[in-house]
Design a protein around this ligand. Structure first.
Ligand SMILES: Cc1cc2nc3c(=O)[nH]c(=O)nc-3n(C[C@H](O)[C@H](O)[C@H](O)COP(=O)(O)O)c2cc1C
Length: 187
């Protein structure tokens, strides 16, 4: 899939078929994650893949917006290491997790970020050392629905902000203007 198609088709998926993700597909995704950038190339993270239904159910029950984790056949828990990169581990782990999301989309899989979970419980269940931080979880699986009605509805109700709101030119308060950018003389 073309990169911009990946971006355009990605939506948070919260309803999954039980079918497992084939190993070659998962390996391609992991390879895409391995190439993620990180500050000073510290790679201060470890991603824990969890298929165990019992554990997924417990994690799902621990968050108000995490119930579907019991249904996605695979969840990936992003664990950051503050000791390796004290100021950057959250950013670096998040970049790695977004690589999971984008690669999964390119593979035709559904995914969803989840930050609503009991970190203490997740750490205990997965044997994550005390010093590490469980930052976020990505649910992965084949979408249950041919058309992601909830995703489309969600975007209609809460659409992406407008370009003018999200981007600025030259200074924070100056609204982005493509024409002006285009007219800038080369330095
Ligand atoms: C850091 C982060 C945390 C999120 N946590 C949750 C969550 O706990 N539960 C959930 O259902 N969705 C969660 N989401 C998904 C967002 O709700 C979703 O990305 C947003 O509504 C935009 O919809 P879209 O992903 O379909 O474009 C999270 C997304 C991000 C980036």
């Amino acid at each position: 899939m073309d990169f911009y198609d990946v971006i355009a088709t990605r939506r948070s998926i919260r309803s999954y078929k039980p079918d497992p993700i084939p190993l070659p597909v998962l390996e391609r995704i992991l390879e895409a994650v391995r190439r993620a950038p990180s500050a000073n190339n510290k790679q201060p993270w470890r991603l824990v893949a969890v298929t165990d239904k019992g554990k997924r159910e417990q994690i799902a029950a621990s968050g108000s917006y995490a119930k579907f984790l019991s249904k996605s056949p695979l969840i990936i828990v992003g664990v950051g290491d503050p000791a390796t990169a004290p100021d950057r581990y959250i950013i670096d782990t998040s970049i790695a997790l977004e690589h999971v999301v984008l690669a999964a989309t390119a593979e035709g899989l559904g995914s969803c970020w989840v930050c609503s979970f009991d970190e203490k419980l997740v750490k205990k269940l997965l044997g994550i050392p005390e010093t590490m931080k469980a930052i976020a979880i990505i649910a992965l699986g084949h979408s249950q629905d041919a058309v992601n009605v909830m995703g489309i509805l969600g975007k209609l109700l809460r659409p992406s902000k407008k370009t003018e709101e999200l981007f600025a030119l030259h200074s924070y308060t100056r609204v982005w203007n493509g024409e002006e950018y285009d007219k800038l003389p080369p330095e």
